[in-house]
Design a protein around this ligand. Structure first.
Ligand SMILES: [Zn+2]
Ligand SMILES: [Zn+2]
Length: 258
């Protein structure tokens, strides 16, 4: 079996057909899916979706760097309550995005640090989003003791050097559709060399559909293409890679086993 460690069923593009997507996922061997929150409302939706759609669906709660300008005390209080929900497996996605800068960098840092502290309080791992901001992200993670939290740097797209620094912090790397793109040699380089126990797979659906579905709406069933490519890169069989990444996901997100 496979686990899609990062999808957004709470996105408007899944408003009509979550049950059908879950059915196709099951048919592809994807038995567990983590629905990731990116703002307060989306985090509440993720939790509701996890409650409503069966035992294999889980949630995370977090305010994305894009939405950090809206981080406030009310959100923090709401998250503190939601963190106790048995279906909430992590705090995220949180982090820094200096590519788009949709929120001022100062606001991004404040929200990121506050949510790392919340994760520590709740004893939950973290799902990190980082784009063109590795130096600051790694520094903040170090200062906030993220090595004790565990979690994943999702949608891996950094250099090999950044990959080594990230796994040295005790974080896993989430590989997605990018791994299958023609011009992603750096991503494949990291996938080939980082320790096996740090490999996670994800879709980030509806974004970043892997080959051969690139450009269309992504969905959890397609995480299979990521696992296939990863198996090829590590010289393993598909079944071995499925077992490895599923074990890694359960170690990273212990509530998946409840
Ligand atoms: Zn992200
Ligand atoms: Zn995401």
């Amino acid at each position: 079996m496979l686990i899609d460690t990062h999808c957004h069923f709470n996105h408007a593009r899944f408003a009509e057909d979550i049950p059908e997507c879950i059915e196709r996922a099951h048919a592809a061997g994807v038995m567990q899916m983590i629905v990731v929150g990116a703002e307060r409302e989306g985090s509440e939706q993720a939790t509701e979706i996890a409650e409503r759609h069966g035992p294999g669906i889980f949630a995370t709660i977090g305010v994305h760097p894009h939405d950090s300008r809206n981080w406030d005390e009310a959100t923090e209080a709401r998250f503190r309550t939601l963190a106790d929900h048995p279906k909430v497996v992590a705090i995220g996605e949180i982090g820094l995005d200096y590519h788009y800068d949709f929120s001022p960098r100062e606001a991004q840092v404040i929200a990121f640090r506050a949510q790392l502290r919340l994760a520590r309080e709740a004893q939950l791992p973290v799902v990190i989003h980082c784009r063109e901001a590795y130096a600051d992200t790694l520094q903040i993670l170090t200062e906030e003791g993220a090595d004790e939290l565990g979690g994943v740097m999702h949608c891996w797209a950094g250099t090999l050097d950044e990959a080594n620094q990230t796994v040295a912090m005790g974080l896993a790397l989430g590989f997605g559709g990018t791994l299958t793109f023609k011009n992603a040699e750096d991503v494949r380089g990291a996938a080939r060399t980082v320790p096996l126990e740090t490999l996670l797979i994800e879709t980030d659906a509806p974004y970043l559909a892997p080959m051969p579905h690139r450009g269309r709406r992504n969905e959890p069933a397609y995480v299979r293409f990521v696992a296939e490519r990863l198996a090829e890169l590590r010289g393993m069989s598909f079944d071995e890679m499925a077992r490895l990444t599923t074990g890694n996901a359960r170690r990273t997100f212990p509530r998946l086993m409840l």
